[in-house]
Design a protein around this ligand. Sequence first.
Ligand code: GLN
Length: 199
Amino acid sequence: EPVVGVLALQGAVREHVAMLERAGAVARPIRRPAELSEVDGLVLPGGESTAMSSLLESFELLQPLRERIAAGMPAFGSCAGMILLARQALDARPDQHQLDGLDIVVRRNAFGRQVDSFEEDVDFAGVHGGPVHAVFIRAPWVEKVGADVEVLASVPDEQATRIVAVRQGAVLATAFHPELTGDERVHRLFVRIVRDAST
Ligand code: GLN
């Protein structure tokens, strides 16, 4: 079974651990560089990206994590995790760190003009058996994608359709929280990516 870490500095850690185990992985909370070196893939949970960014630095995980992602380690970011994985975040603090695992530009708190949170059923490419019930909590959207980025899911907004799930190689990200719904299909997709990368 693949060993998948969940970055455990802040945010929705336990929910991801539970979903990964249901999806057939061995899941471990990660707080130290030595723990990071022992996993086959990593989930970056939702929470608060500014806080997580500075915790990554104080726990000395920023550089090792950048290096592992650049070397091809599979990663899955939900919400704040998506923001951290992006190459650029708009409406973020200027000193926020980016892990640069995805050639995307995200906008923080993008849906928040009328409601902070909402739920919607979204079609998710690569996830079979019907739409995924997506929970958005002060969520970002993806404003630009590079040529190597696959768009997996979008939702209609007032002005336009907004991209809310992407994949580039072994890096997956959702603007919403698949760990909160009891539906482990997105985690299964990620565990499959981890398995394929380690064989
Ligand atoms: N708004 C948060 C941020 O900017 C993300 C919210 C979430 O992860 N649910 O980091």
